[in-house]
Design a protein around this ligand. Structure first.
Ligand code: 5GP
Ligand code: ZN
Length: 219
């Protein structure tokens, strides 16, 4: 069924073009989300047969496995940051300052760092995944995408329904273990960037996300 759709990438990653499968190795496959909910949205798929079909909360109870996943997400976060730099580097004031310094004659001793794109990426899992194969979301913070079409799309990445990988292992009494799924997804909208509330006004939120996106990439 459709909920098994991620299995094909795990089984035969080499059969996909690079705009679909970003990379693969013995233990992981990194892919582009087919319905991206941000300007950059990747998925990390572990290939471990014993973990592949587990709920992330259960799979991440295995400390050794969790460490492997965390390490791989660091690699993917760096790769994603490079992708953001290529996409938005021309818009970003910090990147422009670095470019200007680089092309100065003579160039200054100390170059501006450029923007830290790694901190503009979030990594985590959904408390209640819709797809059966274990996957970790790696996406830019903007939540700006044509594919963000439904209320639950926004809230699934903007409430405790989204559990950052850094938060694992979860404490035994962590409330996110028993997600009031409907509760989080039906929560009033809050802008990820400025914290402004939008009630349940999705169209207004979407307009605002576009404004925030434009400013965010130019920072
Ligand atoms: P979940 O809600 O299960 O955490 O997220 C599943 C993700 O998989 C969603 O972001 C969805 O857009 C993505 N997705 C669903 N089907 C496919 C598919 O066939 N291929 C790819 N690349 N992504 C998919
Ligand atoms: Zn805002």
């Amino acid at each position: 069924g459709v909920r098994d759709g991620l299995g094909a990438y795990i089984a035969k990653p080499e059969t996909y073009p690079p705009n679909v499968v970003v990379y693969h190795n013995d233990n992981f496959v990194a892919i582009h989300d087919m319905f991206p909910k941000s300007s950059l949205h990747l998925l990390l798929l572990p290939r471990d047969q014993t973990k592949m079909r587990m709920h992330p909360f259960d799979a991440f109870e295995d400390a050794e496995f969790l460490t492997k996943v965390k390490t791989e997400t660091q690699t993917l976060r760096k790769l994603a940051a490079g992708e953001l730099r290529r996409k938005f580097g021309k818009d970003s004031a910090q990147e422009q300052a670095r470019e200007a310094a680089l092309s100065a004659d003579p160039p200054p001793d100390k170059l501006p760092q450029g923007r830290n794109w790694e901190q503009e990426i979030v990594v985590g899992v959904h408390a209640v995944p819709s797809m059966n194969h274990l996957h970790v979301h790696v996406l830019s913070v903007d939540r700006y995408s044509e594919r963000l079409k439904h209320r639950k799309h926004y809230n699934s990445f903007s409430t405790p329904f989204f559990v950052p990988i850094e938060d694992f292992p979860l404490a035994e009494d962590d409330v996110r273990r028993n997600p009031t799924e409907e509760g989080y997804l039906k929560q009033d909208f809050t802008c990820w960037r400025c914290g402004r509330g939008f009630g349940n006004r999705f169209a207004e939120l979407k307009q605002h996300l576009e404004q925030e996106f434009k400013e965010w990439k130019k920072l």
